[in-house]
Design a protein around this ligand. Structure first.
Ligand code: HEC
Length: 487
């Protein structure tokens, strides 16, 4: 490889007309350098170079499944034999039946041999995951994409928010009002949260890093904020703060929702930054179906769009409407629990926890009325009806509605290339039926729907990590799994 580069460079240099003296000089320098490198590179340092390449190959191609420190291998149990040749065969040809991909097309035999030796010598004596070897898991087959379920975090209750810090640590928001930092298999409590009203469906909700987190350090979270007059009442608020070790500092409330209510339901509230840096989130009707969602004079039952510091964008749709809340982007929503952005179009999509038989997936458009509770596909949970109509002039139709209700919560687009069969599909958790719904779209038309992870538990949230893996959080009991693609 290096030799070919060298030849290529020399040829290029020599081709340049009128510069033959320079060419010759460069040629001599190159030969000199090559010889010098050859002489001084004794065997030991040559090996060191290789070791680095091997580690790099391992990190790029294997660590996503086997762990950065090889902790997902089990040293006491080599499934295909306790020798380098067996490892070589596993890597070269794969073990298709159990989800180990083959790397014949990726690496030379020499590179594979180096990887086999590396893997066999570098596996830790005891794995931190306590035997959570990949072998324990099975490949799950689905319509378009096979995968392995890898349990990453356990011992949680209701993990609402999940976010990934640049170094690889995960932040987890528990609804009860606890923020964890999960690092190397351990959870540490982050202090400095505001007073949180953990009541009914409320509590500490979502987490989101600023798109330029590495520059400014802002972490955003949505939560149920108690009223100053009566701490049993509250509405949804958004705070931003910075992390200093395991402590939040520089706290600023950038959005303070109205009206306060003593009801425990329908707070929203997933946070999403779009490509232009606007912050989007939805707030539910706070249990006042007949007043809030169709009135522009409060924040409940709306999708909001604000700047990262809480200020109002100049082109929000209701700035000229007397009495209207300026952050409103769309209205007539019941309980928007999922807010996510299409990775290519930049559009904001919302999943809405509806009444019985009326959960919705909506594409959010400026100033539009999504109709709650005037139009709906659902009925009250007690079986009584509140409306006979599903359509009305001036009110938007959902892209998808679910009857029976699935109770959707977090959702995300699959924006990475690791799951080719699911690229740009939406994944939505179902709390009620305990599965993950996959929706494939062609613009606003649904082209495919599928149930994944059936029976896994009440799916509270689903997020993409910055390195392109799908993480799914379940509640009561709370745990987080990673889906490892098997292609
Ligand atoms: C998509 C996930 C995935 C990727 C990527 C992956 N592996 Fe595997 N690998 C598996 C699974 C699953 C098994 C079988 C079960 C087990 O070992 O726990 C396995 C098995 C192996 C085995 C055999 C282990 C034994 O017990 O005999 C070796 C060796 C291995 N992998 C090395 C590698 C190397 C080296 C790479 C990177 C070049 C790699 N794997 C990439 C999932 C993966």
């Amino acid at each position: 490889m290096r030799f070919i580069h060298l030849l290529h460079l020399i040829l290029l240099t020599m081709k340049t007309p009128g510069k033959s003296t320079l060419s010759l000089l460069v040629f001599i320098l190159f030969i000199g350098y090559a010889m010098l490198a050859g002489c001084t590179n004794g065997k030991a340092s040559g090996l060191a170079g290789n070791a680095q390449d091997v580690r790099e190959n391992y990190l790029n191609y294997c660590a996503g499944c086997h762990g950065e420190n090889l902790e997902k291998f089990d040293k006491s149990d080599w499934m295909y034999g306790d020798n380098d040749q067996a490892a070589f065969n596993s890597i070269k040809f794969g073990r298709e039946d159990i989800g180990m991909p083959g790397f014949e097309a990726t690496f030379t035999d020499k590179e594979i041999r180096a990887l086999a030796e590396y893997v066999r010598s570098a596996v830790p004596e005891e794995t931190v995951s306590g035997g959570a070897s990949l072998a324990a898991e099975r490949v799950v087959k689905s319509k378009k994409q096979n995968f392995i379920i890898d349990t990453v975090v356990t011992g949680l209750d209701v993990p609402w928010g999940m976010e990934f810090l640049p170094g690889g640590d995960m932040l987890i928001a528990e609804r009860a009002g606890i923020l964890y930092r999960f690092s190397n298999g351990r959870k540490t409590v982050v202090t400095g949260l505001p007073t949180i009203l953990a009541k009914g469906q409320g509590g500490l909700l979502d987490l989101r890093l600023h798109p330029e987190y590495e520059k400014n350090g802002w972490l955003y979270f949505s939560y149920s904020q108690p009223s100053k007059d009566d701490p049993r009442e509250g509405c949804t608020a958004v705070m931003r703060a910075r992390l200093s070790g395991n402590m939040l500092v520089d706290q600023e409330v950038i959005f303070d929702g109205t009206p306060d209510s003593n009801k425990g339901q329908h707070w929203g509230c997933k946070l999403q930054f779009d490509m232009e840096g606007y912050l989007w989130f939805g707030i539910g009707d706070r249990g006042n179906r007949d007043e809030n969602p169709q009135s522009l004079e409060n924040h409940a039952g709306k999708i909001h769009r604000i700047h990262d510091d809480g200020s109002i964008p100049e082109d929000n749709p209701f700035l000229d409407t007397p009495g209207a809340m300026p952050s409103i982007y769309s209205y007539g929503h019941r309980n928007p629990q999922g807010t996510t952005m299409h990775p290519e179009t930049g559009e904001i999509w919302e999943s809405e926890h509806g009444p019985r038989g009326g959960d919705e997936l909506n594409l959010i458009e400026k100033g539009k009325n999504y109709g709650w509770p005037v139009i709906s596909y659902g009925i009250n949970y007690n079986g009584t009806k509140f409306t006979d109509i599903t359509h009305k002039e001036g009110m938007e139709q959902p892209v998808v509605y679910w009857d029976p209700s699935i109770a959707p919560c977090g959702m995300t687009f699959v924006d990475s290339d690791r799951y080719p069969g699911w690229k740009n599909n939406i994944l939505i958790g179902s709390l009620r039926f305990k599965y993950l719904e996959r929706v494939a779209l062609d613009r606003n038309e649904v082209t495919d729907q599928e149930k994944l992870l059936e029976g896994i538990g009440r799916v509270r949230n689903v997020e993409m990590s910055p390195d392109g893996f799908i993480y799914v959080a379940m509640e009561t009991p709370g745990f987080i799994v990673k889906l490892l693609p098997v292609n």
